[in-house]
Design a protein around this ligand. Structure first.
Ligand SMILES: [Zn+2]
Length: 156
């Protein structure tokens, strides 16, 4: 375990801690390191043009999902009318392109200081992770993310 504790190094104190100086196990250290690397990778990807395509497609998929909450119905509809007709029909009721454009549009913000309360469940992850990844700051938002105990406290 020399690589972690380095007991033969004259230049650093021998602490029975992780070699980074913090009080956690090597497994925890590696877990944190992996999380940090994943965050760097996610940030890198968010700065590519691919990400805009991804974002646009995500918006479209979300809209289709809201139109067809049951996937079997969506698939039956697509099989029955074909992709082209389905896309035209959906575009006539849903302004997909303008919603995508709206998501990309940079306008002056109505409010820049925000407090975001979240309930610690999996679907809150994007709200929470957007903060350390600098996504809020990039959009000119000053956001405070806080964990909340129940819906009653955050519904406003
Ligand atoms: Zn460590």
């Amino acid at each position: 375990m020399t690589q972690y504790f380095d007991p033969y190094n004259a230049d650093r104190p021998l602490m029975l801690k992780c070699s980074c100086g913090r009080d956690h196990t090597v497994a925890e250290h590696q877990q944190e390191l992996a999380a940090a690397q994943a965050a760097v990778e996610l940030k890198r990807r968010s700065e590519t043009t691919e990400f805009e395509d991804y974002s646009n497609q995500f918006i479209e998929a979300t809209l289709i999902k809201s139109l067809f909450p049951q996937d079997a119905v969506r698939r039956r509809f697509l099989r029955a009318v074909g992709k082209g007709t389905a896309m035209a029909a959906i575009a006539s009721v849903l302004p997909v392109a303008s919603l995508q454009a709206m998501a990309q549009e940079k306008r002056s913000l109505e409010k820049t200081n925000l407090k975001i309360g979240f309930i610690p469940i999996t679907c809150a992850t994007p709200l929470i992770m957007a903060h350390p990844l600098g996504f809020y700051k990039k959009e000119g938002l000053n956001v405070e993310v806080t964990k909340t105990a129940g819906w009653a406290l955050i519904r406003d």
